[in-house]
Ligand binder design. Sequence first.
Ligand code: DOR
Ligand code: ZN
Length: 345
Amino acid sequence: MKEITITAPDDWHLHFRDNDLLAETVPATARCFKRAVAMPNLVPPVINAEMALAYRTRIKAAVPEGQSFEPIMTLYLTNETSQQDIIEAKDANILAAKLYPAGATTNSDKAVNAISTLYPVFKTMSDQGMLLLIHGEVTESHVDIFDREKQFIDDYLIEITQRFPDLKIVFEHITTADAADFVLAGSENIAATITPQHLLLNRNDLLVGGIRPHNYCLPVLKRDTHQKRLCEVAVSGNNKFFLGTDSAPHTREAKESNCGCAGCYSAWGAIELYAQIFDDLGALNKLEGFASHFGADFYGLDRNNEELTLVKDAWLMPELIELSNKQKIVPFHAGQSLAWQVKVK
Ligand code: DOR
Ligand code: ZN
């Protein structure tokens, strides 16, 4: 049986949601990650330091006894976000703020309409050393959904990176070769997260043989040439690319619906799926950098001291997760075999 031991990993992008759901999502992530960047797209969104700190307390309360786990809090940028909001957030140790173009995804209707009006806020973030996390898709209705990431680079990201060369930017959950190549060509201040679903799947896995709503996420899966490029950069050992699952739970009803929600709940098999992907690509020796080193380095944080051991021993992802309120979530990769598992100490 193959075994691999790595520095304990972190998840640099996920959705815990709030209240009752935290009892499910926080232990599912804390079982293998030491830290995770908590996305702020709650209802209402987390728009200031006070809300972020209160949310942090609720997440911490859901960490199982005896486990060490730190959420990394983020602010949700709106048209009204002020430079003072940023300064207060930085003082409260909030490391990053998230830019959702309005309407781009789940709970983003309160987000930013005119990105350039936020330039003074970006300037303050740059001065304060706060990271800008970007959902990089345009939202104009005439733009084809498969082209929205590339269009965002052309319409916004090139300008933002040119105007704010010192601002640290994470291009979140990239899905295209265009995004990977943009990040590669950029300065050391731009990096990207990559999800397991965008490495494992392409749009055929969404649409061939019937619509598969549990593979639907945003940005949407792209064609296989993009998937291959993402795999190449993920296993390349380049420190601009690191782990961010975008694990995002929705109930079964909300996914299997006439207008299904976007998001894959991958927390139950997160590090295991990445191990499988890297193993299949003959690059297990590159997993530790991607999962445990590069994100912390980019955020300017210490790497974790602990280790995590994974064993090559197949198991089946359950078909359903039942919450205490009887609602059900279909996990990502439901009913399918995973090659690796976390070794319990
Ligand atoms: O698929 C997604 N789900 N993409 C996002 O950007 C948001 C997330 C969610 O919050 O459900
Ligand atoms: Zn997300």
